[in-house]
Design a protein around this ligand. Structure first.
Ligand code: CP
Length: 338
């Protein structure tokens, strides 16, 4: 395993002027490889800030960030709040439960209300695919960040996954990652596909046929230049793992399944759990990722989840650094292009 040491990059300051074309962060299909590099490079500097004794910097003083979550979250909500506070922004958290959403207020009215409080960035999680796109259409003074919309996209999770892979593997060109589990319902897998394919990684999707994203994969081979033409599908996890540099396990999202899509949990564990025995098929030192939350003992064994190959806790730390970078880029782009 090749390890990449953090470069000595300067502390980010309002003078950072990387070209940043995005007013909103909706999904990685809109990101060029250069955009991804810009985020990763700034996140590296932000990670150095996180390692200081005094972690707070004044970069976003005077800015207001609202997190608006219509679904449960631990990692995403807390890391956005931490990221904003470490950059000295004011951060306000709103959860649909306990808000006027419960009195019947529409999503658009809620969004316009939040914008009217002079909020600079709105971080939105919603059970319906497309909700952040609706927000971006209505909001003209506030940047929108998609913090997960239904089964569609989770771009900031994908960026922190890519950051973590890059820290350990260096270049991703030609490297192999296996993404295994409930891919059909995974917004994390969809956003990762855009980013990983753009950076030249070989991606193998693995799971029961009922949990593979056929909507996304159908037709990709027939369409010349389709971005997912190179994505491979393998239902046998032992075969998929042969020589892999990394494996990402995904949770069974029972809350999004309309019907029973697996014969039994016992069979699922027997065939698709990432465990110590299976991991021996991957390259020595292959990385184990999981976006969380985990169901230990189901998609991943406790020994692997907390073993030497696991970078799951690093993903959480890197999530703060990546989200600091994104908040910084959005707020400074607003200043350059009001
Ligand atoms: N990975 C992720 O989105 O986790 P949370 O649901 O805890 O935010």
């Amino acid at each position: 395993m090749q390890s990449v040491k953090a470069k000595a990059t300067p502390t980010p300051s309002p003078g950072f002027t990387a070209p940043w074309p995005h007013r909103h962060i909706l999904d990685l299909d809109a990101f060029s490889p250069q955009d991804i590099e810009t985020v990763l490079s700034l996140a590296q500097s932000m990670k150095q800030v996180l390692q200081r004794e005094v972690k707070k910097v004044p970069s976003l003083r005077g800015k207001t960030i609202i997190t608006c979550f219509h679904e449960p979250s631990t990692r995403t909500r807390i890391s956005f709040e931490t990221a904003g506070k470490l950059l000295s922004a004011d951060v306000i958290n709103m959860q649909a439960t306990g808000s006027s959403v419960e009195k019947g207020e529409s999503l658009v009215d809620t969004l316009l209300t939040l914008q009217a409080t002079a909020c600079d960035v709105l971080v939105l999680r919603h059970p319906h695919a497309g909700a952040p796109y609706l927000a971006a259409r209505w909001l003209h003074r506030t940047s929108v960040v998609n913090a997960g919309d239904g089964t569609h996209a989770h771009p900031t999770q994908a960026l922190l996954d890519i950051f973590t892979l890059r820290e350990h593997l260096g270049t991703l060109e030609g490297r192999t990652i296996v993404i295994v589990g409930d891919i059909a319902h995974s917004r994390v897998a969809r956003s990762n596909l855009w980013g990983l394919v753009r950076l030249g990684m070989r991606v193998v999707l693995c799971g029961p046929p009922t949990l593979l994203p056929w909507d996304l994969l159908n037709g990709r081979k027939e369409t010349p230049g389709h971005p997912f033409a190179t994505v491979e599908v393998e239902t046998d996890l032992d075969k998929a793992l042969e020589g892999a540099d990394a494996v990402m396990a995904l949770r069974l999202q029972k809350e999004r399944m309309q019907t029973g899509l697996i014969p039994s949990l016992r069979e699922y564990i027997a065939l698709w759990q990432v465990n110590e025995h299976r991991l021996t098929r991957a390259r020595p030192g292959a990385l184990v990722l999981h976006p969380g939350p985990m169901n230990e003992g189901v998609e991943i064994s406790p020994g692997v989840a907390h073993g030497a190959s696991s970078v799951i806790q690093e993903q959480v730390t890197n999530g703060v650094a990546v989200r600091m970078a994104l908040l910084y880029l959005l707020c400074t782009a607003q200043e350059r292009h009001p």
